[in-house]
Structure formats: C-alpha cells, structure tokens
Design a binder for this molecule. Structure first.
Ligand SMILES: [Zn+2]
Length: 252
C-alpha cells in the first residue's frame, strides 16, 4: 500500500512538473509601457516605468514556480526589446503549456485602481478596448498577420482553459494579496490581446494595478507586495494544474 501511495505521489509530481510555463514581462527596451512620476521626498521624484515593475514581478513569479518544480521560462530576463511575435516564437520553441503576461495598468486620471485578469476572448466593452489599445500598440508589419480568423480559432481552442486559469490565479490574488493591501477587485475579463492570440496556447494577461494612482504605485514598488503577488500567481497556476489532473486522469 505504501509503495502504491509513493508511486502515485511520484507520478503526480511528474505530471505537475511536466508543465512548461512561460512568464512574459510586458514591454522592455525601447517599449517602456506606461510611465509615472514617483515622489519619494520633497521635490524629489523618479520616473517609474511599467517595463521595470513587470520584469521584477515576472522574475519573482518565475522563482516561485521554480520552487514548485515547474519548468519555467521568461520571455526576457533583462531590459530589452522583444516584439510580440518574438514572445510567441519563444512559446513555440519551449513548447509552453501556459503563458502568463505581466503588465501594469495606467489611466489618465489618478482615481482608477485595482487588479484585473484577462483571457483571450471577444467582447464589446469600451473600457476594455482602451486597455487593449495600450497593450497592443507595438504591433506592426508582419505581426498584423494575426487576423480575425486566426484569433477566432485560437479563442475557440483556448478559451475554456484560459478562463479557468484566469479564475484560479485571480481568486488567489484576491485572497492572498487583495485583502491585505485593500486592492479593488476589477474582475476576470475577456480581452483581445495579440500577445495571447499569437502564442496560440492557454494564457492570461495580468494587469497588476495602476501606476497612475499614487497610492497604488507605492504598493507596486514594494518588494513585499511583489513577492506576495508572485506567490499568489504561482499558487493559482498550481491549483489550476491540480484541477486539470483531477478531472483528466489520462494526464497522469
Ligand atoms: Zn503593458
């Protein structure tokens, strides 16, 4: 009996670690993403860039997944330009099972705040269209081959898994980070993000918070906040995979 349990445990650990997860820090290099001024002392300020917070958070998520024995990769580990098509190529090369893109939100006013989680799907929401405009803006030339038909096919193939993954990660963020830091839960939402369409696999795009909100920016820059957020994302991914294995014993 004991050896059977040990065998099952071994098979299960292989099944979880067999997943390859690609973490994608948004933007990088010439593409700085959103920017904000952060006042840290009287009349002293520093320019904060979305690409830097995204990289720091992505590295922590990568570390936390490593602790759970997942095969995990980053689309960039330094500040460099990576096109959306190149991110998709990396996903293909490493045969990623799941794709997690990390972004920081921004708005014209100081008021909007909170975290939201996107998966690839169609929608008619004008507020979401504004977020898409920001995250899709470096799309040029041949990257535009992502036409509607391809996007629809990817949606059809991935929407169920991506939505499940998004819900698992989002609820873990709410429980492990949201309550402690009094974050507003803006929900799990459908969005047409080309980085998700191009990678053609179950994936999500995280908007961690608003750097245009000065109070939220303080939290986003806090290393403890970032670590907790990374732990929550890693737990959300591992919970999702456990659920998959539970309902699809063939994977074992
Ligand atoms: Zn972004």
């Amino acid at each position: 009996m004991k050896s059977l349990i040990l065998t099952l445990l071994y098979i299960f650990s292989c099944a979880t670690s067999a997943y390859t997860i690609l973490i994608d820090p948004g933007h990088g290099g010439e593409d700085e993403g959103a920017r904000a001024r952060y006042y840290f002392a009287k009349k002293k300020w520093r320019l904060i860039k979305e690409k830097d917070i995204a990289l720091s958070l992505a590295k922590m998520i990568h570390e936390e997944l490593g602790k759970k024995n997942f095969n995990t990769y980053l689309t960039r580990s330094v500040d460099r330009t990576v096109t959306l098509a190149e991110r998709a190529e990396i996903a293909e090369k490493i045969k990623a099972d799941l794709f997690i893109s990390v972004h920081i939100n921004s708005s014209e006013g100081n008021a909007p705040r909170g975290f939201e989680t996107y998966y690839l799907d169609n929608h008619e929401d004008s507020a979401i269209k504004k977020v898409e405009q920001v995250e899709n803006k470096d799309l040029t030339g041949k990257e535009l081959i992502v036409n509607k038909i391809l996007t629809d096919l990817v949606i059809e193939r991935t929407v169920k898994s991506s939505k499940g993954l998004a819900s698992s990660i989002h609820s873990n963020i709410q429980v492990l980070v949201g309550k402690r830091y009094k974050l507003i839960d803006r929900g799990v939402k459908p969005g047409l993000f080309y980085v998700l369409a191009l990678t053609k696999r179950p994936g999500i795009l995280l908007e961690v918070g608003f750097l245009s909100n000065s109070r939220e920016l303080m939290k986003l820059l806090d290393e403890k906040f970032q670590r907790r957020y990374a732990v929550a994302v890693a737990k959300g991914i591992s919970d999702y995979i456990k659920m998959q294995n539970k309902f699809e014993p063939a994977l074992l």
